[in-house]
Ligand binder design. Structure first.
Ligand SMILES: Cc1cc2nc3c(=O)[nH]c(=O)nc-3n(C[C@H](O)[C@H](O)[C@H](O)COP(=O)(O)OP(=O)(O)OC[C@H]3O[C@@H](n4cnc5c(N)ncnc54)[C@H](O)[C@@H]3O)c2cc1C
Ligand code: FES
Length: 262
């Protein structure tokens, strides 16, 4: 499928939780192609420093419009937060692979940490269209940071106990599975690396299939600069490129380093 590289018109840019925004832009071509798990490499402003595109998960597709979700971090996301309807952003995509939602499993267990929630409204919609049961575990710093829109069957965990389970999201899932029988589950996880590493260990311990959507520093987003390697456990090559071979990986395939941080 052709990759689109175009300046696209912003149609909405809304603050939806503390320092968390959703931005929509108009593109019937991308809307028709995008699948859950994929990302877009976005030039947030012509003046952003460094002058690099930033990768963003596709959060949802609504008619001819595509949506991303972002939290304020640095210059790129500050530039994004200034966009108003009618402005444009430079979008390259669709990029990367998809979540394995077409694999054979009984119940999807979604684990999201912080802005790692971004790809899951789209995945939730796809699973619901296929009538696949799902449970969602969402970890956030506090209640003000909980983003529930587009999710289903939601269990919240907060670091400060201001909403839902008091503790981390993997502990919340562990407690849930101790009390509930879930048929043939498969985990889909996205969030900071410490959370993904914990999800990987949890899935291995419980014998649950698991996919991780990884973040990595990126430049080109299309496999040229070799700037986004992730170390692998298995396979012929020691490294994979997050932009072209991911961002979604079988959790057993990924070797997290102690020095890797979110
Ligand atoms: C596949 C993928 C999907 C992502 N999806 C989302 C999403 O849906 N929502 C979201 O909010 N974020 C997402 N991110 C992170 C996002 O791309 C940005 O890194 C984040 O928004 C910060 O951008 P910024 O311009 O505000 O910060 P910046 O000012 O660019 O960076 C803040 C700090 O991050 C580091 N950094 C960031 N990018 C690079 C780079 N290319 N090279 C070197 N250092 C870098 C630097 O240390 C810098 O000091 C995703 C990342 C990946 C790889
Ligand atoms: S970002 Fe350039 S190879 Fe992945």
């Amino acid at each position: 499928m052709p990759v689109i590289n175009a300046d696209l018109r912003v149609t909405a840019n809304d603050l939806i939780a503390e320092e968390t925004w959703t931005l929509r832009f108009h593109s019937p071509e991308l809307a028709a192609q995008l699948r859950p798990g994929q990302f877009l490499n976005i030039l947030t402003s012509a003046n952003v420093d460094p002058l690099l595109r930033r990768p963003y998960s596709i959060s949802n597709v609504v008619g001819d419009e595509c949506e991303i979700m972002y939290s304020l971090v640095g210059k790129g996301t500050h530039a994004l937060s200034q966009k108003i309807p009618g402005d444009t952003i430079g979008v390259l995509g669709p990029l990367g692979n998809t979540f394995g939602y077409e694999k054979s499993f009984g119940t999807a267990i979604i684990i999201a940490g912080g802005i790692g929630v971004a790809p899951f409204p789209f995945l939730t919609r796809e699973l619901q269209q296929r009538e696949i049961p799902l449970i969602t575990f969402l970890g956030a710093r506090n209640s003000a940071r909980v983003v529930s829109r587009g999710l289903a069957n939601l269990h919240v965990a907060t670091d400060d106990g201001s909403e839902g389970f008091h503790g981390n999201v993997i502990a919340a899932l562990s407690a849930y599975l101790d009390d509930h029988r879930v048929e043939n589950p498969m985990i889909f996880a996205c969030g900071p690396n410490p959370m993904l590493k914990a999800a990987q260990a949890f899935a291995l311990d419980r014998g649950i299939a698991c996919e991780l959507s990884l973040e990595s520093e990126m430049a080109c987003g299309i496999g040229i600069c070799q700037g986004c390697p992730v170390e692998r456990h298995q396979g012929e090559r020691k490294f994979a490129l997050v932009c072209t071979e991911g961002p979604c990986f079988d959790s057993n395939d990924i070797l997290f380093q102690e020095q890797q941080h979110a």
